[in-house]
Design a protein around this ligand. Structure first.
Ligand code: PLP
Length: 418
């Protein structure tokens, strides 16, 4: 008998399917704007120069062996990654409240973050899966929902993006925060919101943090793009640091996929911050012990290579300075593409606006992605008539645009909008 006869067929992942379709397309002007990975101006994957250097150092270092890492990960990596997100002078680090564990990139950090809360978040004690709600922005990175569901939590949307303005619906977001039950858990994108590219301003973050403090909400920060949004590591960590300063209970997921171009090395971290009150030291120790238990039962020990690369870069002042250069060159290219696209649509083609403020959302949005405001039919037309690959929600990866294809893309957008 077929013991898997009732196993349902799951459709292929939309983004990865898009890439496969793109590869199979033989049209010479085809454009892939689906994938969330940086491309250089020639449309090629980019190995950061600083990463090349670090790899050579590793290859030539005869003291390195292939033993297991400690369960929490490479110590030089975990201590440096916490400083990168929280800042050298972070009160949470100084007070010993941060437990950091090396993870399988940002995905692994999100997985452990939710799994940890599912088991140990005090206000959830005795609750059912349906009651262990993690509020997620509408929309969010599609995988958030799958990850949270898979560890026994229930993702529920909070209002975030306003299709009418192609911007943030701050009023609805704040109202939702105010009316949610006290001590609710909210996923927040630390910077460069995926998929919309729409981030709160600092003033808006302050308002958001004040409600977290007043309501005792828990902030589940996902930081997959530190440095990639503005080109500046500290700037992109501002929201997280502000929440720490305001004593909001929180955790932070980090990924080095985008900002170090280490997509395949799967290097990231989860940082859980213990409460600033009560038995601080004991709290951090208890949290740490449970993170170790979780890691041991899932992967035993995290992988070495990506941790060594990032650790070298974070701990060597010269390499760190070079990394900052590499990051800003990636961010600047993306910002330049935003300006060019805006200029082409607004000034060259005088393309009819899809939002209330012309095409200015292209330049006000930040990070790898842009929500263009194009509707599903227009996206379908771009695909079928222009061989331009993007998701049906109108999201484009700015990294897929370059000097050679941006004119063609703008021309096609103009045609499908008219
Ligand atoms: N979180 C967000 C919002 C993302 O966009 C991504 C990647 O696209 C990730 C997390 C995790 O990516 P990775 O597991 O490759 O680090």
């Amino acid at each position: 008998a077929d013991v898997f006869a009732t196993t349902p067929l799951n459709p292929p992942d939309a983004i990865f399917k898009l890439t496969a379709d793109y590869k199979a397309d033989t049209f010479d002007k085809k454009v892939n704007l689906g994938v969330g990975a940086y491309r250089d101006n020639a449309g090629k994957p980019f190995v950061l120069p600083v990463v090349r250097k670090a790899k050579i150092l590793i290859a030539n270092d005869e003291t390195l062996d292939h033993e297991y890492l400690p369960i929490a990960g490479l110590p030089a990596f975990t201590s440096a990654t916490g400083k990168l997100i929280f800042g050298e002078d972070s009160p949470a680090l100084k007070e010993g409240r941060v437990s950091t564990i090396q993870t399988i990139s940002g995905t692994g950090a999100n997985h452990y973050g939710a799994a940890f809360l599912e088991r140990f978040y005090g206000p959830w004690a005795g609750k059912t899966k349906e009651e262990k709600v993690i509020y997620v922005s509408n929309p969010t990175w599609a995988n958030h929902k799958s990850i949270f569901n898979s560890v026994g939590c229930t993702p529920v949307d909070y209002p975030y993006y306003d299709p009418k303005t192609i911007g943030l619906n701050l009023t609805a977001f704040l109202d939702f925060l105010r009316s949610a039950p006290a001590q609710s858990v909210f996923l927040l994108h630390a910077c460069a919101h995926n998929p919309t590219g729409v981030d709160p301003t600092r003033e808006q973050w302050k308002e958001i943090a004040d409600i977290f403090t007043a309501k005792g909400h828990y902030a589940f920060f996902d930081c997959a793009y530190q440095g990639f949004a503005s080109g500046d590591l500290d700037n992109d960590a501002w929201a997280v640091r502000h929440f720490v300063e305001k004593k909001v209970p929180l955790l932070v997921c980090q990924s080095y996929a985008k900002n170090a171009g280490l997509y395949g090395e799967r290097i990231g971290a989860l940082n859980v911050v213990a409460s600033h009150s009560g038995d601080v030291e004991g709290g951090a120790q208890r949290i740490n012990s449970q993170l170790l238990l979780m890691q041991r039962s899932e992967i035993s020990n995290p992988p070495t290579f990506g941790a060594r690369i990032v650790s070298l870069i974070l701990n060597d002042p010269k390499l760190f300075a070079e990394w900052k250069q590499d990051i800003s060159s990636m961010a600047e290219r993306i910002i330049l593409m935003r300006k060019k696209l805006f200029d082409l649509l607004e000034n060259k083609y005088k393309t009819p606006a899809v939002g209330p403020n012309g095409w200015s959302h292209i330049t006000s949005q930040i990070g790898m992605f842009s929500f263009t405001g194009l509707n599903p039919q227009q996206c379908k037309d771009l695909l079928e008539k222009g061989h331009i690959y993007l998701t049906a929600n109108g999201r484009i990866s700015m990294a897929g645009l370059n000097e050679s294809n941006i004119e063609y893309f703008a021309e096609c957008v103009d045609k499908v909008v008219r």
